[in-house]
Design a protein around this ligand. Structure first.
Ligand SMILES: Cc1cc2nc3c(=O)[nH]c(=O)nc-3n(C[C@H](O)[C@H](O)[C@H](O)COP(=O)(O)OP(=O)(O)OC[C@H]3O[C@@H](n4cnc5c(N)ncnc54)[C@H](O)[C@@H]3O)c2cc1C
Length: 356
């Protein structure tokens, strides 16, 4: 294994892959991944890039910058990875209809469709109370994006090593990253470990709440175009060539992170409630992962954590991407080189912890 680098990125999920892609433009990078690319939450995600999420369709943090960063990094990694199809959000109640109409009136990126207009434009979508069109939204096959970003970084000299980080030591000439396959000396260590953070004592005190989520991939019915917009209401359905990913569960109390076949029927029903044409579509596969969120008592907008680990010079943490990894990982990665060099700090909202 390579024994020297400018930066060691640990974790080849969405956060680590975006970081490696950006850093590989100018630095010698080694990516250390224990279980294979997108083995964690990134492998289970539906891949919605929705800048107006939640019941109230509130604009996401810095969503213009986030979408721009996503589009540029996806294009840098490969062709056609960010499918900018837009997202349809059928309203699920009278009060949500009102809220959506108000949002559409306030944001040029949104459009409100009455039930009749929605049925005419998107006849496959059940939207009896009308639908909000999120024009700049879309979807990304996250494992494909992670794979493409790593290949692009490798083409620039990045090494991707299958190894598990077990700790690090601070030395006079840098940080010694200790893995189960050897040591790597680097100026910076970027920890994008997802749920793996729990196993490293210096990170065990981070305020991370674990929420398991499961998705199923259904066979795409003939008649549902692969480039049909994703639909997000009570659940979501994301069509692509490979099928339709339907999600998701939010489990706050769980024994393990393995996908449960018993949840297939509940998830399939969420899909056909949005797109009745999915009724009876076969389940092709199911995936589960653990989202990490920051409690609102710590971060009022549940933003990710991205910053230098106090007391560990040169060690950075990128975690807590929650259910919005696509809107945060590229934005954070874009800012990482200048932040590591101490030229432009990360936005202070991304490290609300002070000294731990
Ligand atoms: C069911 C579900 C649906 C989702 N849907 C969406 C969605 O539609 N849109 C969206 O934007 N987000 C979605 N998300 C959230 C998104 O998946 C996450 O925000 C994002 O993938 C987190 O990426 P990450 O790189 O931080 O973590 P992970 O993907 O978990 O990556 C961490 C990596 O670190 C590796 N690792 C851990 N410990 C070590 C170690 N000691 N040494 C080496 N490697 C290690 C792991 O093997 C793993 O590959 C969803 C999540 C779930 C679970």
């Amino acid at each position: 294994m390579t024994d020297r680098a400018d930066v060691v990125v640990v974790g080849a999920g969405l956060a680590g892959a975006c970081a490696a892609l950006v850093l590989s433009r100018t630095r010698r990078v080694v990516v250390v991944e224990a279980d294979g690319p997108a083995a964690g939450a990134s492998g289970a995600a539906a891949g919605l890039a929705n800048p107006f999420m939640g019941r109230a369709a509130k604009p996401a943090w810095r969503f213009d910058e986030a979408l721009d960063a996503l589009a540029k990094l996806a294009a840098e990694a490969g062709d056609g990875l960010f499918r900018q199809t837009g997202i349809l959000r059928p309203a699920t109640s009278g009060s949500q209809t009102e809220r959506f109409r108000e949002r559409a009136a306030a944001h040029a990126d949104l459009e409100w469709l009455s039930p009749a207009a929605s049925a005419e434009r998107w006849p496959l979508v059940r939207a009896e109370r009308g639908a909000l069109v999120v024009r700049k939204g879309g979807s990304v096959d996250i494992p494909a994006f992670v794979g493409a970003a790593l290949r692009r970084a490798e083409a620039r000299g990045t090494a991707v090593a299958r190894a598990r980080l077990v700790g690090w030591e601070m030395g006079s000439s840098g940080i010694d990253a200790i893995t189960d396959r050897g040591r790597i000396l680097a100026s910076h260590l970027v920890l994008a470990l997802g749920d793996g953070a729990r196993a490293l004592p210096p990170l065990a005190g981070l305020p991370l709440h674990r929420v398991k989520g499961q998705t199923v991939r259904l066979g795409r019915p003939r008649g549902l175009p692969a480039d049909h917009p994703a639909v997000a209401g009570a659940g979501y359905a994301v069509p692509s060539e490979a099928g339709v990913v339907v999600g998701s569960t939010f489990e706050h109390d769980f024994a393990d992170a393995a996908p449960a076949p018993a949840l297939d029927a509940e998830l399939a029903a969420k899909g056909s409630a949005l797109l009745p044409v999915l009724d009876g579509a076969p389940v092709l596969d199911r995936r589960a992962g653990v989202r990490l969120t920051i409690p609102t008592s710590v971060s009022s907008r549940r933003l990710p954590l991205a910053g230098p680990l106090p007391g560990h010079r040169g060690v950075w943490v990128l975690t807590g991407l929650g259910a919005k990894g696509l809107l945060t990982a590229p934005l954070i990665a874009r800012r990482l080189p200048a932040a590591l060099d101490g030229v432009v700090p990360m936005p202070t909202e991304l490290w609300p912890l002070g000294r731990m």
